[in-house]
Design a protein around this ligand. Structure first.
Ligand code: DQA
Length: 149
């Protein structure tokens, strides 16, 4: 499963902890891996500060992952290239925001990514990633179990 984090999320833990909490990205990776371990899924975790690198990661991992958790960071606002890359990523994938973006500044109230997502988890801190992982387990086909046509 692809865990994709955008700009400024590599410094979680020391980035405005009163807004984003004290969990580091490594803590979040471990939490997501923990949720997925029962099904034997592995986490491919990618974090980049630049949009082009994130687009490349979506392309590179789209055939080899069964779902994704995406926190686009501020690219939610105008990350059109990331949005277009995700349009070609096979569902399911979930958008996550640690903070409740609708309780914050007006410029965070719209996401160009969200209309394409299978679902969105907002405002629940690092626990939101765990919830997104559970949602993916629910939504994504188990590659080890053949699907009934
Ligand atoms: C964020 C919310 C965004 O508005 C912000 O730019 C971030 C983090 C969140 O997880 O709450 O970088 O995506």
């Amino acid at each position: 499963m692809l865990l994709l984090n955008g700009p400024n999320l590599g410094i979680l833990g020391r980035r405005e902890p009163e807004i984003y909490g004290t969990d580091t990205l490594a803590d979040i990776e471990a939490a997501v891996a923990d949720e997925l371990s029962d099904r034997g899924w592995k986490v491919v975790s990618v974090q980049h500060d630049s949009e082009g690198d994130l687009v490349g990661a979506v392309h590179r991992h789209s055939d080899s992952t069964v779902g994704a958790i995406v926190n686009p960071g501020a690219l939610m606002i105008a990350g059109w290239s990331l949005r277009d890359a995700l349009a070609s990523y096979p569902p399911p994938w979930i958008e996550v925001h640690l903070s409740n973006v609708w309780a914050r500044e007006q410029f965070r109230h719209e996401s160009v990514i969200a209309p394409l997502a299978s679902g969105v988890v907002v405002g629940l801190g690092a626990f939101g990633y765990r919830l997104a992982a559970r949602a993916l387990l629910h939504l994504a086909p188990d590659p080890l179990r053949p699907q009934v046509p």
